[in-house]
Design a binder for this molecule. Structure first.
Ligand code: NDP
Length: 311
C-alpha cells in the first residue's frame, strides 16, 4: 500500500502512519515525482493539483480537514475515487469552545463593558437566565452537532438547522427554507457551521440578516462564503447610525487572510480571529486516518463526501 501525505506537518504524519502501518510505503508530497506515482491513497490538505493529476490507481482520498471546499475545486480531482473527510476528530470540542466564548461575549455583555471602559463608565448590565438566551446553530454535522449539544449542556436554549431532519437531545431542530426563517426570527446569537457549497453561498444575505431579532449577534467559524460581508457591515451600522445587529465574532472570510483594508478590522463591534477556531488535533486525526485506511482496505462501507452536494 502506498500513501502520499500532503499537509503542513507532513513529516509527523509520515512517521505516525509508517509506525501504525509498517507494511505500507508512506511518502510526503516532497518525494521525487517518480516515487509519488501509483499511490493507493492520498491523505491531503490543500494539495497542489499535480499531486492528484499524476495518480493512476487511487483507491481513496482522505481529506485532512472537515471542509472539502478546496479539494472539490482542485483541477484534476478524479470523479470515480471515493473521498472521506475528517469527522469531528477533536475539532468539535475546539469549535464548541470558540462558539461558547462568542455566545458568552454577548450574553455577559463583554462588548458593552469594552465600550464603557473607554469612558470609565461603571455600569453593570442585566443578566437574563441562560435558558432565556436562544442560540441558533446552522449546520448540525459532525462539528456543528457537537457544538449544538455543548451549548445546550451549558444551559442555553439551542435551535439547530440542517438540510435533512435531525434529532439532537435538548435541541430544537429545523430544516429546509421555512425552518431557517423560523429559526432566524427567534435567536439572540447565531452560529454558522455550514460547509462552503453552492447552496450555502451568502446564505446570510441582507434579507436573512434582517430576519434576526434586533440586537442579535453573529458568530461565524464556518466559512467566509456563508455571509455577504457588505450586508453584514450594513446590518451592523456604525457609531453615528447603529444597525440592526449588535456585533459579530468572525473567524473566516471571503478572502483570507482578511485584507488589511477590510472595514471589518476597524469595526468596533466586530472581533476578527485568523481562521483558528478549530485546528485539527494531530493525534485524533491520525487515529481517524488509520481507521479509514483499514476500512478502505477491508472493503468496509464508508460515509463518503458527496461531490454534488459539495460536502
Ligand atoms: P459536516 O459535513 O459533518 O456537516 C455539515 C452540516 O451542514 C450538516 O448538518 C448538513 O446537513 C448541513 N448543510 C449542508 N448544506 C446545507 C444546506 N444547503 N442547507 C442546510 N444545511 C446544510 O460538517 P462539519 O460539521 O464537520 O463541519 C462544518 C464546517 O465547519 C466545515 O465544512 C468547515 O467549513 C467548517 N470548519 C471550520 C473550521 C475552522 O477552524 N474555522 C474547522 C473545521 C471546520 P445534513 O446533516 O442534513 O447533511
Amino acid at each position: 500500500m502506498k500513501i502520499i501525505v500532503h499537509i503542513d506537518e507532513a513529516t509527523q504524519w509520515q512517521e505516525a502512519l509508517s509506525q501504525a502501518l509498517p507494511q505500507a510505503t508512506v511518502l510526503t508530497s516532497e518525494a521525487p515525482a517518480e516515487e509519488r506515482q501509483q499511490a493507493d491513497y492520498l491523505a491531503i490538505w490543500k494539495a497542489p493539483a499535480h499531486l492528484l493529476q499524476e495518480q493512476t490507481q487511487l483507491k481513496g482520498i482522505i481529506n485532512l480537514g472537515a471542509g472539502v471546499d478546496y479539494l472539490l475545486k482542485t483541477p484534476g480531482l478524479p470523479s470515480d475515487v471515493p473521498i472521506v473527510k475528517l469527522r469531528d476528530a477533536g475539532m468539535g470540542e475546539l469549535m464548541a469552545d470558540y462558539a461558547l466564548y462568542g455566545v458568552l461575549h454577548f450574553y455577559r455583555s463583554m462588548d458593552r463593558y469594552r465600550e464603557q471602559q473607554q469612558n470609565a463608565s461603571w455600569q453593570p448590565q442585566a443578566v437574563v437566565e441562560k435558558s432565556q438566551w436562544s442560540v441558533g446553530v446552522l449546520g448540525l454535522g459532525a462539528i456543528g452537532g457537537f457544538v449544538a449539544s455543548a451549548l445546550q449542556q451549558a444551559g442555553f436554549q439551542v435551535l439547530g438547522w440542517s438540510r435533512s431532519p435531525k434529532q439532537i437531545s435538548g435541541v430544537h431542530c429545523f430544516h429546509g427554507d421555512g425552518g431557517l426563517t423560523e429559526l432566524l426570527g427567534q435567536v439572540q446569537s447565531l452560529i454558522t457551521i455550514l460547509p462552503d457549497t453552492e447552496a450555502t453561498k451568502h446564505i446570510l444575505n441582507a434579507e436573512r440578516l434582517a430576519q434576526l431579532p434586533k440586537g442579535a449577534s453573529v458568530i461565524n467559524p464556518g466559512r467566509g462564503s456563508l455571509i455577504d460581508e457588505q450586508a453584514l457591515l450594513d446590518a451592523l451600522g456604525n457609531a453615528e447610525q447603529p444597525g440592526h445587529l449588535r456585533g459579530a465574532l468572525l473567524d473566516v472570510f471571503q478572502e483570507e487572510p482578511l485584507p488589511t483594508n477590510s472595514p471589518l478590522w476597524q469595526h468596533p463591534n466586530v472581533i476578527v480571529t485568523p481562521h483558528m477556531a478549530a485546528p485539527t488535533p494531530l493525534n485524533d486525526a491520525i487515529d481517524q486516518v488509520i481507521s479509514y485506511l483499514h476500512a478502505f482496505e477491508s472493503g468496509e462501507k464508508l460515509s463518503t463526501v458527496n461531490p454534488d452536494a459539495g460536502y
